[in-house]
Design a binder for this molecule. Structure first.
Ligand code: UD2
Ligand code: MN
Length: 348
């Protein structure tokens, strides 16, 4: 009898140990899952607004997986008119911008390389903002200071790409913009391209940095032209093209070295392909340009004006289909992606 009791007791003990073991195993497993969820949140620099789908094999069974997927939030589309726009803006260039402070301010909002997605809705506008650049860091600071909040309020899914001309050769704004188009597409499948001078800041956030039914000229009212157009067909400063529109005109010309003419050449390209210009009105389309002198190695080029009568003939064999350049360096920081390119510039 005593033996029997002992045996029963050992059996009971074994049962208790096995049950406890199983229970501990289940506890550990659910703890692991929680860790995995928070790990993935940390890995996403702008996490709160992205619908995160579970990794393969992450859920322990199919039922658990189905429940989890259906309860994750699906973002609604952003409204056609961004609700946070404020209209006219005060823009001044009489203070110092500190890029370190600016980076700190945006380190949780921007993804590496100056990229952004609205937190609460899915943007309909996937835009690469491309800036031609060489040695204009002071201007770039103001541009970043003013433009990031504007582009965010416009609820764009955007990235900022600064295309830096390598070396001391003659500057070529248009060829840099072509290179920017190619480089941005290596980063993401952008549908819309905004090309901007580094020294131009809009005076109204209703001037939308997105694409329209026709190529868009955004900088219609610059302070240096008394907030009007210098001439009717002016296309300089800031413009936007959808992928289709840009490829239809074969991009910009690669052959406008030095200052001037490349913007008029683009205008000719647009018209000769049967498109027209889209523009904001003169109230919304006001801009301020940071005052500057002509840069070294970007002197006005008298040859450029003469080329404009031939755009129609030359455009199909001068542009994206003949673009040649070499990437020297790609640097990413919080505020922008900086791409240095060798565009085979002639030395004066
Ligand atoms: C006008 C047009 C510009 C372009 C240019 C002729 C306006 C506001 N803009 O600009 O779109 O058609 O005439 O080429 O009217 N840059 C550098 N480093 C340099 C030289 C140029 O970064 O050494 C870049 C920079 O983004 C600058 C842009 O090229 O804003 C245009 O050059 P600019 O500002 O010297 O010429 P601007 O103001 O006459
Ligand atoms: Mn300028």
């Amino acid at each position: 009898m005593e033996n029997m009791t002992k045996r029963l007791f050992s059996l009971l003990l074994a049962f208790v140990f096995i049950t406890m073991g199983a229970y501990l195993l289940i506890l550990k497993r659910s703890g692991d899952n929680k860790d995995a969820i928070s790990d993935r949140k940390d890995a996403n620099s702008v996490p709160s607004h992205n619908t995160v789908l579970p990794l393969n094999g992450f859920w322990s069974n199919e039922t658990e997986k189905k429940t989890a997927v259906t309860t994750l939030p699906v973002l609604p589309e952003c409204p056609e008119e961004p609700p946070e726009l404020v209209g006219p803006l005060l823009v001044e260039f009489n203070f110092m911008v500190n890029l370190d402070d600016l980076s700190k301010e945006y380190k949780d909002t921007l993804q590496d390389g100056g990229r952004y997605k609205p937190p609460d809705c899915k943007s309909k506008h996937k835009v690469a903002v491309i800036i031609s650049f060489r040695n204009r860091y002071e201007h770039l600071k103001y541009w970043l200071h003013y433009l990031h909040p504007i582009l965010m309020r416009q609820q764009l899914d955007y990235g900022v790409f600064v295309i830096n001309q390598d070396g001391e050769g003659i500057f070529n704004r248009a060829k840099l913009l072509n290179a920017g188009y190619v480089e941005a597409l290596k980063v993401d499948d952008y549908e819309c391209f905004v090309f901007s001078d580094v020294d131009l800041v809009p005076l109204d956030d209703r001037n939308l940095y997105r694409c329209f039914d026709n190529p868009r000229h955004l900088a219609v009212g610059m302070d240096k032209f008394n907030f009007g157009l210098p001439y009717r067909n002016f296309f300089g400063g800031v413009s936007s093209f959808s992928k289709n529109q840009y490829m239809k005109i074969n991009g910009f010309s690669n052959t406008f070295w030095g200052w001037g003419g490349e913007d008029d050449d683009v205008y000719n390209r647009i018209i000769s392909k049967g498109m027209s210009l889209s523009r904001p009105n003169m109230v919304i389309g006001k801009y301020r340009m940071i005052k500057h002198k002509h840069d070294l190695h970007n002197e006005p080029n008298p040859v450029n004006a003469g080329k404009l009568s031939k755009t129609r003939i030359t455009m199909d064999s001068d542009g994206m289909n003949t673009l040649k350049y070499t990437v020297k360096k790609i640097e990413k920081n919080v505020l922008y992606t900086f791409i240095t390119v060798d565009i085979e510039a002639p030395i004066k």
